[in-house]
Ligand binder design. Structure first.
Ligand code: ATP
Ligand code: MG
Ligand code: MG
Length: 561
């Protein structure tokens, strides 16, 4: 059962192979190492790696590190970790765009030599002012027809560091009246006296993204360059550039082909490195891997699983048109994937003591609970049943509301996997808060024994033996934002910030009781706590002697739009 069995990109690739345009399929995931990957990147990773896999091809991991300012080796490592966590292996094919600066420089020289590029000595503002609009043609630069030798000499001096930032740029020479503004002599090289995290001070000129990206694809032999829709307008330049360089003999055909797909837009979160940086910088979260963060590092720590990401991308599909997806769709995919992989355990999130007055004080009745209700092959585990138990505070009401099927004085319930009990009363403190519930158990009602069926209580609740249960810290996570589109302007049009829509209750920390086997699990072990949701032992803070569980997602969403 392949991931993404049908989508328009798969069809395009199939058609290309059938037409003999390409013999193999090579894709790439090309992050800029200037931040941590987010949930949107997961869509691109899954699409690129799965399409390569589907056609027996390969997918490269390429660091698109042509911007010296904000990139770092630490970001590059975090990206590798996230891609590997999602389950993908780029093998030998890890590339850095910065390793190819010399080739890119040579490509620009060749364009100048062939009269297809020139050095423009105007300011950035002047160039922008001459660009024209969708309805007005642009104006040609006074340097547009400068002799090739002069441009070439200037370009070499730019590289040698003879000029300050902004003194000159290199522009492709295409058409200042072209209806596509991206073909109005786009800038391909600029001066930036900024050290690069890998090349140091070897370069003081850097290629622009639009120039570098097609060249990187061609150098690596990429066949299908899958990118998000905002690059659709850049495709004509992508093609112009690679055709020009192939004509010059720098690259051989077939050239890579760019195909655009709709980016992931997810409600109740933000998917933009700039905003994520702000959340970290402002201390709204504890760091990039805070489980509330929509980063892949945060998602991992939160307990989301790679299969859930694949299921989500599969369900939402690869489309050619932008849309917004409700966070609930992501959560549902995670629940469905976690359901398959998470063994069941019991946790009491808000403990209330239950005393069985007719149960012998020192006795233990061993009950049997399945590790997964739909997977008998996962086996069972013993649960000790004793006189003193923990139940959920919300499972008892001294004065039950209409329709309440759980515990209240006089009512009967089944203690799941255990016995049926009848509540006889409760004890309260000076404030009227219930401190203890009393009940009697029916000795012949044990689950799985012949007598059990004679009892037909209306409700069943979960419980833990107070003597065996282990106290743990539970971090109850919820969505980071209260609004579908954080920061969207109010009805009266007032501008707002995404920080105005932070959910103050995105984290609640409580002390809970869990089964000893759950507490003893290593970090990053996932469980379903029955009736509550999916939890994971924290990747960094959990220790068997100081257990920490993160709630990944509740069994049912409490969100209403
Ligand atoms: P951001 O917009 O958050 O700054 P970016 O697009 O600048 O992210 P890159 O490192 O350049 O980040 O992205 C690497 C790849 O991931 C690109 O091919 C990009 O198109 C893709 N990508 C980024 N965001 C999304 C998204 N929301 N949905 C799908 N693909 C995405
Ligand atoms: Mg970017
Ligand atoms: Mg972007």
């Amino acid at each position: 059962d392949a991931t993404l069995p049908s989508n328009f990109i798969r069809n395009e690739i199939e058609a290309d192979l059938a037409a003999g345009r390409y013999q193999t399929v090579v894709t790439r995931f090309p992050p800029e190492p200037n931040g941590y990957l987010h949930l949107g990147h997961a869509k691109s990773i899954i699409l690129n790696f799965e399409m390569a896999k589907a056609f027996g091809g390969r997918c490269h991991l390429r660091f698109d590190d042509t911007n010296p300012e904000k990139e770092s080796e630490a970001f590059a490592r975090s990206i590798e970790e996230a891609v590997a966590w999602l389950g993908y292996d780029w093998g030998e094919h890890r590339y850095y765009a910065s390793d190819t600066f010399e080739t890119m420089y040579r490509c620009a020289e060749v364009l100048i030599e062939r009269g297809l590029a020139y050095v423009d000595s105007q300011s950035a503002e002047a160039i922008r002012a001459q660009r024209g609009t969708l309805t007005e043609p642009g104006q040609e630069s006074p340097f547009r027809n400068r002799p090739r030798e002069e441009s070439l000499a200037l370009f070499r001096r730019m590289r040698a560091g003879e000029f300050p930032n902004g003194a000159h740029v290199v522009r492709a020479k295409i058409d200042m009246a072209h209806p596509n503004l991206n073909l109005r002599d786009p800038v391909i090289y600029r001066i930036r006296h900024v050290p690069h995290y890998r090349t140091g001070t070897a370069w003081c000129i850097y290629p622009t993204y639009t120039f570098a990206h097609p060249i990187e694809d061609a150098i690596e032999g990429v066949t299908h360059s899958l990118c998000t829709l905002e690059f659709e307008d850049q495709r004509p330049f992508y093609e112009w550039l690679l055709e020009a360089l192939a004509d010059a003999g720098l690259f051989s055909r077939p050239l890579p082909r760019q195909i655009e797909f709709a980016r992931l837009n997810l409600e109740y979160t933000v998917l933009s490195k700039r905003k994520l940086i702000e959340l970290v910088a402002q201390g709204v979260v504890t760091g990039w891997d805070d489980p509330r963060m929509p980063t892949l590092a945060g998602a991992r720590r939160r307990g989301y699983c790679p299969e859930g990401f694949r299921l989500f991308v599969e369900r939402t599909g690869i489309a050619k048109a932008e849309s917004w997806i409700d966070y609930a769709v992501f959560e549902e995919a995670q629940r469905d994937a976690l359901n398959e992989i998470a063994p069941r355990r019991i946790a009491i999130l808000e403990p209330l003591e239950l005393v069985l007055t007719n149960f012998p004080p020192e006795a233990v009745e061993w009950c049997v609970a399945p590790n997964h209700p739909q997977k008998p092959e996962w086996g069972t585990r013993p649960l000790p049943f004793t006189q003193r138990l923990w139940i959920e505070r919300s499972d008892f009401m001294e004065v039950p509301v209409k329709g309440f099927k759980r515990l209240s004085p006089g009512a009967e319930v089944r203690l799941r996997y255990g016995f049926v009990i009848r509540c006889t009363g409760c004890e309260k403190d000076a404030n009227g808060r219930v401190t203890r519930v009393f009940a009697e158990y029916y000795p012949d009602s044990k689950s799985g024994t012949p007598g059990a069926d004679a009892y037909k209580p209306k409700g069943a609740i979960h419980w833990l033996c107070a003597k065996h249960a282990v106290a743990a810290e539970a971090r109850l996570y919820d969505r980071l934002f209260t609004q579908p589109i954080p920061g969207a302007p109010g009805p009266d049009g007032t501008p707002r910030s995404f920080l105005d829509d932070l959910n103050p209750n995105a984290l609640t920390t409580v002390t809970v009781f869990v089964e000893p086997q759950a507490a003893a699990a290593p970090p990053e072990t996932r469980f379903q706590f029955e009736r509550h949701g999916y939890f994971v032992t924290d990747r960094f803070d959990h220790r068997p002697d100081a257990p920490v569980f993160n709630r990944t997602v509740a069994l049912k969403s409490g969100w209403k739009r």
